[in-house]
Design a protein around this ligand. Structure first.
Ligand code: TZP
Ligand code: MG
Length: 218
């Protein structure tokens, strides 16, 4: 059974996206992800920009096992077939690769399909087709995704008001700026470098979780 809208909303609180580019000597993605899950991340996405499908499947299987242990939903970025193969909780797809119909056909009604949105029109379109949540950004400047469009807090607020599916803010979010998102109506924050690029991913996770609770509190 798929998580309902409310449960997905709650799981957006601290959404972590992996990036093996930040791994330090001797670390594995699995070991860092386990620290991050232990420290309170509420959703996990495997995002691989270099690995091929076979490697993605292997990593996804390991991370999914960890996520099950911590009761955290796990999705794969872009590789719908990898998500299908390991029975992940779903996929996250971009707007440019608006493959929603294909993803839903392959994964079925019970899987989570998240879609990226860079503006209100994209957010509404994602909701219309049936996305389970949207990742909206970039809300701040980020070096992680060079082609991400930049949004103002007012635009972000409008998007949160106009769609009823869960909204998670993404892009350049750090411990230093996260609280600027308070009042925008988002359901949580999604980060890559603020966790995986941090000296101490576990501590960063705890701090960001606390900040996100402040952001979503009315
Ligand atoms: N989509 C919009 S911004 C972004 C993605 C994948 C990058 C987020 O990475 P960071 O390091 O949290 O800015
Ligand atoms: Mg993509």
């Amino acid at each position: 059974m798929k998580l309902d809208n409310d449960a997905i909303k709650k799981s957006m609180l601290l959404y972590a996206i992996t990036d093996r580019g930040w791994l330090k000597e001797g670390e594995t993605l699995e070991s860092v992800v386990e620290d991050v899950l232990k420290s309170g991340a509420t959703f996990l996405q495997l995002r691989e920009k270099i690995q091929g499908h076979e490697e993605i499947v292997k990593t996804a299987r390991n991370l999914h096992d960890l996520c099950k242990k911590y009761n955290v939903p796990f999705v794969v970025n872009d590789d719908i077939m990898a998500a299908k193969e390991i029975d992940a909780d779903g996929v996250h797809i971009g707007q440019s690769d608006m493959e929603y119909t294909k993803a839903r056909e392959i994964l079925g009604p019970d899987k989570i399909i998240g879609v990226s949105a860079g503006n209100l029109a994209e957010a509404k379109e994602a909701e219309r087709v049936g996305a389970d949540y949207i990742g909206v950004g970039a809300v701040f400047h980020t070096d992680t995704k060079k082609d991400a469009t930049s949004l103002t807090m007012a635009q972000l607020k409008e998007i949160s008001e106009e769609v009823s599916i869960p909204v998670v803010a993404i892009g350049g979010i750090s411990i230093d700026n996260a609280l600027e998102l308070k009042g925008t109506g988002v359901d949580g924050i999604c980060v890559i470098s603020a966790i995986f690029g941090s000296e101490n991913p576990s501590e960063a996770t705890k701090k960001l979780l606390d900040l996100s609770k402040q952001i979503i509190s009315k």
